[in-house]
Design a protein around this ligand. Sequence first.
Ligand code: SF4
Ligand code: SF4
Length: 390
Amino acid sequence: MRYDERDTVFSRLLLKIGSNEFDEYYSQNPGNKQCDMNLKMKKKEKMAKSAGISNGKSKGILFMGKSEEKSQNKSIMSIDPNSSDHEYAAFRLMVEYQRLASSINDEALNMDVNPTKRNIPPETMSVLVKEFLKLSGLDAVGVAEIGPDDLYSHRGFSTELHKYGDEINLDYKYAIVFAVPLEKDYINRAPSKELFMSAMLGYAKSSEVAARLAMYIKDLGFDALTDSSFTYHSPISFLAEKAGLGQMGRCNSVVNPKYGNRTKLAAVLTNLPLAADGKIDFGLKEFCELCRRCENNCPVKAIASESSTSENGEKYWKHNHISCMEMWINSGNSCGICMSACPFSQGTDEELVSRMKDSPGVMAEILEKHSEKYGKRNYIKEPLDFMPPK
Ligand code: SF4
Ligand code: SF4
């Protein structure tokens, strides 16, 4: 079954009350209405509170770049109009990088495909695209063959290219999926402005790299489409799992053996002939049964304590997206505590990780070492050097 992007909490939160889209969505999904309205009210109150303490020193509201401004996501990137000059300067770092990523993404979308197709064996081409990403500083990358259920069925946001509710009918065979690791110094301060900045910088970097990779592929004579924060065509965590970047953990994100869940994911969809990678199993599902760090650290109990089994027999943990979003709203558009809590996000002994599958003793050793070093989780209270004092 394909996921419908309109069902994501992000999409639901952006529906304008009283619009045709709003009425239509909730007439078909009445069960979501009350909790979504509560979230909308909380968001509104939070924004009003920020605006209410303004004392005429407004520095203006900063948004993402051109493409994003045209989408309905722009409120995500606002900066408190009451921010200090120091805070304003720090946040411009992120906004300028978003603008750069946005303009490169536009360039990739508008670029024509080279009419001369380069004939390269799929295995060689897979090595080349991975080398391209390695030269961009990224080593968590894989290729997935796109199956009938891997892309969203309908658009949940309006963008320059699509309208809300449009069916997604894309004919691409492969997805090159990669992960951009977020800085530990930032995520270990979660929930905080540092966490929010790192998430936005991660989105920007992943979008920029996806755009450059799409241009490279178009120049080789094959169509390519970015699947990044400027427009996701897929529930990307599942594509990442299929491409072998990691396994879905208790935290409801892909956990990579090297970077844990402190990543932002993006992909390029293409018909360039490639050799697909397979899923990996490094024993994460069993590890998550023992670990529970994300569950125990989540302040709103959004992470399940009991596992469920999917139709295809895979273990997964239900996620309370509403509670999670409420926490995001309350803490200023981000939380990320579960990223800092995951042992793999902090870096685990690679040799032990390579031996942990089917070895409860090795798993226990990893957890013990993690607890000795970080306790409940690695939390840094002081702001980063360049951030304004709290
Ligand atoms: S982001 Fe925060 S609220 Fe959401 S699941 Fe993680 S720890 Fe819980
Ligand atoms: S914190 Fe532990 S339980 Fe949660 S996803 Fe990471 S490994 Fe799994």
